[in-house]
Ligand binder design. Structure first.
Ligand SMILES: *[C@@H]1O[C@H](CO)[C@@H](O)[C@H](O)[C@H]1NC(C)=O
Ligand SMILES: *[C@@H]1O[C@H](CO)[C@@H](O)[C@H](O)[C@H]1NC(C)=O
Ligand SMILES: *[C@@H]1O[C@H](CO)[C@@H](O)[C@H](O)[C@H]1NC(C)=O
Ligand SMILES: *[C@@H]1O[C@H](CO)[C@@H](O)[C@H](O)[C@H]1NC(C)=O
Ligand SMILES: *[C@@H]1O[C@H](CO)[C@@H](O)[C@H](O)[C@H]1NC(C)=O
Ligand SMILES: *[C@@H]1O[C@H](CO)[C@@H](O)[C@H](O)[C@H]1NC(C)=O
Ligand SMILES: *[C@@H]1O[C@H](CO)[C@@H](O)[C@H](O)[C@H]1NC(C)=O
Ligand SMILES: *[C@@H]1O[C@H](CO)[C@@H](O)[C@H](O)[C@H]1NC(C)=O
Ligand SMILES: *[C@@H]1O[C@H](CO)[C@@H](O)[C@H](O)[C@H]1NC(C)=O
Ligand SMILES: *[C@@H]1O[C@H](CO)[C@@H](O)[C@H](O)[C@H]1NC(C)=O
Ligand SMILES: *[C@@H]1O[C@H](CO)[C@@H](O)[C@H](O)[C@H]1NC(C)=O
Ligand SMILES: *[C@@H]1O[C@H](CO)[C@@H](O)[C@H](O)[C@H]1NC(C)=O
Length: 722
């Protein structure tokens, strides 16, 4: 604790000592003597000054507070700016009626190796008296003799406060003197003046500390100051780093200017140089690191005024505070407005472009034509023209999860209209621009088809590049799915199969013969026959369908269709007739009976196509081996054979030999009824005596088909096959 408080006290003292003076002495050196601070290059102890010439002696034995000395003369104050305050004796010369009474010389010599000279700028050689001749002579450093004379006849002529030659005179001294002697004399021993001016005084004095007072001439207030032995006046000395110029010193190891400092010559004639901290720095330029940056911004008030001040090495910068924020705000708001206006324009133009594009597509897709058609055929038209937005909303922007089918002609999405109607939306692939009119016709006609076994077209959207078609939604998937899925196919009875076939045939027959313009489906296949919840067939996908002008029975087109279902004749000739659909339907029939896929790699080369396989099975008399197990199990083979026979006819290579769709439909309908009857009768009684009635022919009429005839037909078919 004792030690601790001792340290604290020591620290406190150091603190006081440090704050007493500007810390401009060498580190670990006393920074002053008594009240006088001693800046480097001066120093008190050995090693604390730049050199021996700058060493001062602090006399603490005879003075309290101690006083620093350079040789014989006391240093009252010393500054880094190159000055030192000292005192010098006054020379005087006094008279009474008897003559001279007292007379003193003044003599001062600075050390010749010293850094000091008498300041020529801050001192004035001054004499006071009305019968006075004063001389100053230098024989050291700069030799010179100078002086001034002062006379005045009576006190009244003296002007108080002005040292202009009446009662007081002054003169400058040259630079570079380091020793002088001063004498005063009178020409008339002050005779006639003794009552108010018995003495003359002369001295070299710090000019700003002397102000002539008329009482100085007589027994006045300041008289005591000068009179008598040992009286002294303040005097200024200049000091410098002797005795080179900046240029000479620059490269030497003893160059005094350190850090951020500059050198300046005292004069042009070799009195040495001094150092100054560079602009923006302050401190002691003679010490390494002595010049410290001035933080101008910490001044009060700081130099930037209203502006923001930022300090930097050797200076500072001002940044307009308010203006800057104004500029920044202005810039930001300017940019913002440009941005807003720009994006507004951009979006505006983009929207306009989009609208234009939609209009173009609408036009291109025959929207106008369709509108025209609709307005001119008002009756029975249920087609609605949907907008892009409506359908986007309905399909959740054509979300992946809404896809319910992908086909050669496009993608089908499930859509939910605002009234909760579920629809199927077909997005077609590219549409040939030249076929637009035909497409529109197709859409138009399909929209008019109101057949329970044709998928209903509800409307379309023409604003997109490819037209979008909106159909009624059929819930139970495709026929293909029901046939080829093992679980589903085993629950698909012969009656259902027959009914589906009959319904499909009826729909196709309707398209071929009952529509206002014949329509060839062109892509009849099990995947294009949809089933609803009650397994009612709905023919769909008229994407490849063709309208056939009434006066034509065939048209030449690019061969189109699905492998396995494609009519070989059409494939070879490119001639599309209604019989192409019949062929494809034959394949569907075969599919229904066999449960086989239209093309299968599991069958041998020649029988890869189901049609070939099926026909060759009939001809090879092994139909029962290729039939679906469920059908065989069900029994009623007469009907099965009849259907197989019909399918075989549909699959004839030559189109002419195939029955028409109308014939097919009727035949199937007859078979269906027969099967239905059997089921109904089976419900009532178990009997084999059902085949009593006969009907040889059923073409065109709706009469029931006799089983005998069927048997006969079947047999003949079998015979043909052999
Ligand atoms: C220290 O220096 C400043 C100017 O730099 C001056 O105002 C102040 O009086 C000095 N203090 C001492 C103790 O010399
Ligand atoms: C010198 O110091 C003493 C006390 O240490 C003080 O009273 C005096 O006023 C000081 N004189 C000057 C000129 O600073
Ligand atoms: C201090 O000053 C006195 C009187 O001027 C002198 O006699 C003495 O030798 C000086 N002491 C030192 C250490 O200079
Ligand atoms: C030193 O001299 C200057 C200039 O004449 C003066 O202003 C200052 O008061 C003097 N300092 C002392 C301590 O006498
Ligand atoms: C003049 O001064 C001297 C020396 O001080 C003295 O002896 C003498 O008496 C004085 N004369 C008069 C007239 O006072
Ligand atoms: C100055 O005067 C002294 C004595 O009169 C003489 O010895 C010295 O050489 C002179 N110096 C110059 C530079 O004239
Ligand atoms: C003062 O001047 C008188 C005559 O004018 C002369 O006799 C005397 O020697 C001079 N004294 C000094 C010290 O110069
Ligand atoms: C100045 O006054 C003092 C006393 O106040 C006196 O002794 C002295 O003789 C006077 N000197 C002159 C020249 O008047
Ligand atoms: C500098 O001073 C030394 C003695 O201290 C002297 O020999 C030399 O001639 C001086 N040089 C100049 C340029 O005054
Ligand atoms: C100081 O050194 C620089 C190169 O460092 C040189 O160019 C210059 O002339 C030298 N000056 C003197 C006075 O020797
Ligand atoms: C100092 O003086 C010398 C010689 O007169 C001169 O060459 C030099 O340029 C001066 N330097 C400065 C900084 O004034
Ligand atoms: C030295 O620096 C001070 C403060 O920066 C300035 O007032 C003075 O004029 C400078 N002196 C010279 C000779 O450059």
């Amino acid at each position: 604790m004792v030690m601790g408080s001792g340290h604290m006290l020591f620290g406190l003292l150091l603190l006081i000592a440090a704050s007493a003076f500007n810390t401009t002495s060498k580190p670990s050196c006393p920074d002053g003597c008594g009240n006088v601070s001693i800046p480097y290059p001066f120093g008190i102890q050995k090693g604390c000054s730049r050199s021996e010439e700058f060493e001062l002696v602090c006399n603490d034995t005879h003075y309290n507070p101690p006083k620093p000395f350079r040789g014989a003369y006391e240093i009252v104050e010393i500054t880094l700016e190159g000055q030192a305050n000292v005192t010098a004796y006054v020379a005087s010369d006094c008279y009474n009626e008897s003559g001279s009474t007292e007379s003193y010389y003044s003599h001062m010599r600075l050390r010749e190796d010293g850094p000091f000279t008498f300041s020529n700028t801050l001192n004035k050689f001054t004499a006071i008296g009305c019968d006075t001749q004063a001389y100053i002579t230098s024989s050291y450093g700069r030799n010179f003799t100078s002086g001034c004379m002062s006379f005045c006849g009576e006190k009244e002529t003296v002007i108080d406060g002005l040292c202009t030659g009446i009662g007081c005179c002054q003169t400058s001294i040259p630079q570079g003197a380091w020793g002088f002697s001063i004498e005063v004399n009178s020409s008339n021993n002050h005779i006639g003046l003794l009552d108010f001016n018995p003495c003359s005084f002369a001295f070299l004095i710090a000019a700003d500390q002397f102000k002539f007072n008329i009482n100085d001439l007589s027994n006045g207030s300041q008289y005591e100051m000068y009179l008598g032995k040992g009286k002294k006046v303040p005097l200024m000395l200049d000091w410098a780093i002797w005795n080179e110029t900046c240029k000479q010193a620059e490269n030497s190891t003893s160059y005094a200017c350190k850090g951020s400092s500059t050198c300046y010559n005292i004069s042009t004639n070799g009195l040495g140089y001094r150092c100054n901290c560079s602009k923006g720095y302050e401190g002691n330029p003679y010490l390494e690191g002595g010049c410290k940056d001035i933080d101008e911004c910490k001044r009060h008030p700081h130099p930037c005024g209203a502006e923001k001040c930022k300090n930097n090495a050797g200076g500072y910068s001002c940044t307009p505070r308010i203006q800057l924020t104004v500029v920044i705000l202005g810039t930001i708001s300017g940019l913002l407005s440009v941005l807003i206006v720009g994006s507004w324009l951009y979006w505006g133009l983009k929207k306009r472009k989009l609208l234009k594009l939609r209009e173009k597509f609408f036009r291109q897709n025959g929207g106008l034509l369709l509108q025209q058609q609709i307005t001119s055929h008002r009756v029975g038209v249920t087609t609605k023209i949907f907008s892009t937005e409506e359908l986007e909303r309905a399909t959740n922007n054509y979300h992946e999860s809404r896809i319910i089918g992908r086909g050669g002609y496009g993608t089908v999405y499930k859509g939910i209209l605002p009234d909760q109607t579920i629809v199927a939306i077909k997005k077609s692939k590219i549409v040939d621009e030249t076929q637009i009119e035909q497409f529109i016709n197709e859409v138009f006609i399909l929209s008019q088809i109101n057949h329970r076994n044709v998928v209903k077209l509800l409307g379309c959207c023409l604003e997109t590049q490819v037209p979008l078609l909106v159909y009624e939604f059929i819930s139970n998937g495709t026929l293909s799915y029901h046939i080829h899925d093992k679980a589903l196919s085993s629950s698909l009875s012969l009656e259902n199969r027959l009914r589906i076939a009959s319904e499909t045939a009826g729909a196709l027959s309707y398209l071929h013969f009952a529509a206002s313009i014949p329509i060839f489906h062109r892509d009849v296949k099990s995947t294009n026959i949809l089933l609803d919840d009650s397994l009612i067939a709905k023919v769909s996908d008229f994407g490849a369908s063709r309208l056939v002008p009434l006066d034509q029975t065939q048209i030449t087109t690019l061969v189109q269709g699905t492998l396995g279902y494609l009519d070989p004749e059409y494939f070879q000739t490119g001639q599309l007739t209604e019989k192409s659909d019949v062929y494809s339907f034959g394949v569907v029939l075969a599919e229904l009976l066999t449960g086989e896929k239209p093309t299968s790699m599991n069958r041998c080369q020649e029988e890869r196509n189901l049609s070939m396989y099926f026909v060759s099975s009939i001809k090879g008399n092994n139909l029962f081996q290729v039939l679906e197990k469920r059908i065989v199990d069900e029994g009623g083979m007469e009907h099965v054979v009849a259907v197989a026979q019909l399918a075989e006819r549909c699959l004839r290579v030559k189109g002419e030999e195939r029955p028409s769709m109308k014939e097919v439909a009727m035949e199937l309908e007859g078979l269906l009824r027969s099967v239905e009857n059997i089921r109904v009768q089976k419900l009532h009684e178990e009997t084999h005596n059902l085949f009593g009635e006969t009907s040889q022919s059923y073409t065109g009429n709706e009469s029931a088909i006799g089983p005998d005839s069927l048997n006969n037909d079947t047999m003949s078919a079998w015979e043909v096959g052999r």
